[in-house]
Design a protein around this ligand. Structure first.
Ligand SMILES: NC(=O)c1ccc[n+]([C@@H]2O[C@H](COP(=O)([O-])OP(=O)(O)OC[C@H]3O[C@@H](n4cnc5c(N)ncnc54)[C@H](OP(=O)(O)O)[C@@H]3O)[C@@H](O)[C@H]2O)c1
Length: 491
């Protein structure tokens, strides 16, 4: 049952993802999808809409056989989400759909509504017994981000959810963790023997995690201005990439074993006070700028629904330490922003240079460090950069790459990033979903930044031209330590 079934997320991601799963034969024949919306609509009208959404957003033509299988399984239910009576009618609808199997089949509720609608839905689902697990039938609820606005609101959200649901029923979704490359990070680290021995402070100089977008706020200025890059990207997506990169090997691939290790990483990250925040965090906001001689993008402050004096950041860079035995003193540099020079998400592990300059009497002036780059998007893959001798009589070195691209080895099925997560939720595997303590640990890390911004909303904010690499102050974060961000600009 999808709440917000006529919304952007349902239309562009969820229904295309369910269609992709149907294409692969991954859905149970007994499954029914019930879309819930605020405006009355017949099942037929909703089916037509879903078919059009799939045609527009699933990539490629709608396969007639798959649609013939899926269409009769799609229903619509009208509800006023704040109104208790609506849930009695949803309960009747579900009983009707489940027929003779009522009480024996699993129910997955997807809350694809704005956060403001969530408290009512959760409360009513609880009060009307829709999420009560009886007779062995499971009840699960997928909750969309944002998971709070700061530590306090995140905790309030946890209490709200836990008042009506057990933690094992709550699936806090982060579509970043549905990306194949992100999941492959665990396979890469723990299914290969050669990387783990060097995955520590003895060999790693620093780690860079970048999630860069070329798009601006895309008509969602009202939402974005209340969030900003720190809340929208860093506290959730980038911290999860950090956790997967830095975590200890779990004792098993059981969901909680993996999540225990991920949360430990976040518990080991601290920003002490405002002084430390000022030294280690840079915020940016884009001003006018153009991409490759194209028409200039408007400044953030001129985007629709953004206040003209907004101090919301569209870019953040920060230097963090994971204060544990494995990573002590290894900087983790994180950056994320909108309207940057290139769309690129990657984790780059830069290794220390060799300890001894054996090539002293040759033309080799300096070493380039080895870098292992895990590309999340685009061109998903993994590359290792190392030094090789340039052919010829003189000894000179050149940087070369061993490059694995997913597309070269595995047939990539069309995907929105939600397929594996929806599938996992249906199968009851919460490994890739956030647990309450992970969410709250993420907020704890950024709380000193939020505290500074509460007293000084314009703190740490620098302008950067749209389609650039971000503010210069972000470069300084690394250059003052003799390091540099990996290039973002084209070419
Ligand atoms: N869109 C994305 O790509 C995306 C990505 C990641 C996370 N999310 C998260 O997913 C959730 C939904 O996002 P969205 O972009 O799909 O939002 P949306 O299009 O603004 O709204 C989703 C649905 O919720 C309904 N709705 C709106 N306001 C409501 C209210 N006050 N009470 C009850 N229902 C209401 C809308 O119904 P009507 O159709 O009747 O207006 C719509 O069907 C949000 O929490 C968002 O942060 C979205």
């Amino acid at each position: 049952m999808i709440f917000g079934a006529t919304g952007d997320l349902a239309m562009r991601k969820l229904l295309p993802a369910l269609y992709h799963l149907a294409t692969r034969g991954a859905l149970s024949p007994a499954m029914t999808i019930v879309g819930v919306g605020r405006r009355p609509m017949s099942d037929e009208a909703y089916r037509d809409k879903v078919q059009a959404d799939i045609a527009a957003f699933a990539g490629g033509d709608v396969e007639p056989g798959t649609w013939a299988w899926l269409a009769p399984r799609v229903r619509f239910a009208h509800a006023t989400l704040a109104d208790s009576e609506s849930y009695a009618s949803l309960a009747r609808r579900l009983d009707e759909v489940e027929g003779t199997q009522a009480g024996q089949v699993g129910r997955l509720f997807y809350l694809a509504t704005p956060p403001s609608a969530m408290p009512d839905i959760v409360r009513h689902l609880g009060e009307h017994g829709l999420v009560r697990e009886t007779g062995g039938a499971w009840r699960r609820v997928i909750v969309e981000k944002p998971f709070g606005y700061d530590s306090e609101s995140a905790h309030a959200l946890t209490l709200l959810l836990r008042a009506h649901l057990a933690e094992r029923q709550i699936y806090r979704i982060d579509h970043y963790l549905g990306k194949e490359t992100v999941q492959n990070l665990m396979a890469f680290r723990f299914a290969n023997g050669i990387f783990e021995p060097i995955w520590n402070r003895r060999y790693v100089d620093h780690v860079q995690i970048t999630v860069a977008e070329t798009v601006g706020v895309e008509g969602r200025g009202g939402y974005y201005d209340g969030a900003g890059a720190l809340r929208d990207m860093v506290q959730n997506h980038l911290f999860q990439l950090l956790a997967l990169t830095a975590m200890e090997p779990p004792i098993s691939f059981e969901a909680d074993a993996v999540r225990d290790e991920r949360v430990k990483v976040l518990h080991a990250v601290h920003l002490c006070d405002a002084d430390e925040v000022r030294r280690r965090v840079v915020r940016g906001q884009y001003v006018e700028g153009a991409l490759d001689g194209g028409a200039p993008a408007i400044p953030y402050r001129q985007e629709a629904d953004v206040p003209v004096a907004s101090t919301t950041e569209t870019f953040v860079a920060m230097k963090l330490f994971v204060e544990n035995w494995r990573w002590a003193d290894v900087p983790f540099y994180l950056r994320s922003g909108k309207r940057l020079a290139r769309r690129m998400s990657e984790i780059a592990v830069q290794f220390k240079c060799p300890p001894f300059r054996l090539f002293e009497d040759t033309a080799v002036a300096s070493f380039e460090p080895n870098v292992l780059v895990i590309r999340i998007q685009p061109d998903e893959g993994i590359a290792l950069r190392f030094q090789a001798k340039v052919p010829g009589a003189e000894v000179t070195l050149g940087g070369v790459e061993m490059d694995f691209a997913y597309a070269d080895h595995f047939a990539a099925a069309p995907a929105t990033g939600y397929e594996s997560l929806l599938y996992d939720a249906m199968c009851g595997d919460p490994t890739l979903f956030h647990r309450a303590d992970m969410v709250e640990a993420g907020w704890q890390v950024v709380e000193p930044i939020l505290a500074l911004l509460r007293s000084d909303p314009g703190a740490l904010l620098h302008a950067y031209p749209a389609f650039s690499c971000g503010p210069e102050a972000a470069d300084t974060l690394l250059t003052r330590e003799g390091r540099a961000w990996r290039p973002l600009a084209r070419g």
